[in-house]
Design a protein around this ligand. Sequence first.
Ligand code: APR
Length: 253
Amino acid sequence: MQEMERAAASLKAARNIVFFTGAGISAESGIPTFRDELTGLWSKQDPQQLETAKAFRENPALVWGFYLWRRNQAKQARPNAAHLSIQRLAASGRNVAVVTQNIDDLHERAGSIDVVHLHGSLKKPKCFACARSTDLEPNQYALPEHSMEREPPRCVRCNGRLRPSVLWFGEDLPVGIWKAAMAKVGGCDVLVSVGTSGIVTPAADIPEIALTSGATVIHVNLVDVSLGANKELMVIGKATQALPALLQAGFSI
Ligand code: APR
């Protein structure tokens, strides 16, 4: 049996399915990944200068501007066939959850309801000093013309600088979020890992955690990212093609 057929068969037999997603699922919506050669964000920029508390302390306008740019990019992007196929499967009555590393909201905009955001989201900024989260006016999210930098707005309670509600390198994943993810991953029969390089821990440990708890893991990626375990299947292809094809083969949706 081909990898795709075996993957489809295991999905068909599953009661609980978790989709674990990374930047690759949103790449075809126009949001760059991090580590792809040439197109990945980290091929041009140093994450230590942009995604750490130290970077924010040293250059808040640069870091805030970087996230305004990413926010605008995510806002302009549309959910693609991969995001939509996950939603269709949930809408067909299957037990489906999404655990994502992405800070865009394309799963939700595709209609997915059960979504755990491991690395936070671009929705509501929070105070760097007191952690109070705040809604901003739409004009506060605009970048000045011809500039990639903007001073972050201030917290109304303590006057601290606002930062994005995302997880930076060196920060701990909130315990409640990790617990929520583990409840899904530990209880699934199949974990479909889509478009992630499996480099940033603890998220990167999720496929192995699923395998250890007895689930089958299906990877959907442009390249082979499998770990070599028995209950692991590798479907090579673009997320927008391979994932709908897999779900079509498993469920005819
Ligand atoms: N379809 C399927 N897979 C794809 C596609 C595509 N169209 N395009 C790229 N990929 C795959 C790449 O082969 C790679 O394995 O997506 C993966 C993207 O990997 P990364 O750029 O490392 O993204 P991710 O795994 O989500 O990164 C994890 O790193 O910097 C942090 O916080 C950031 O959440 C992010 C974390």
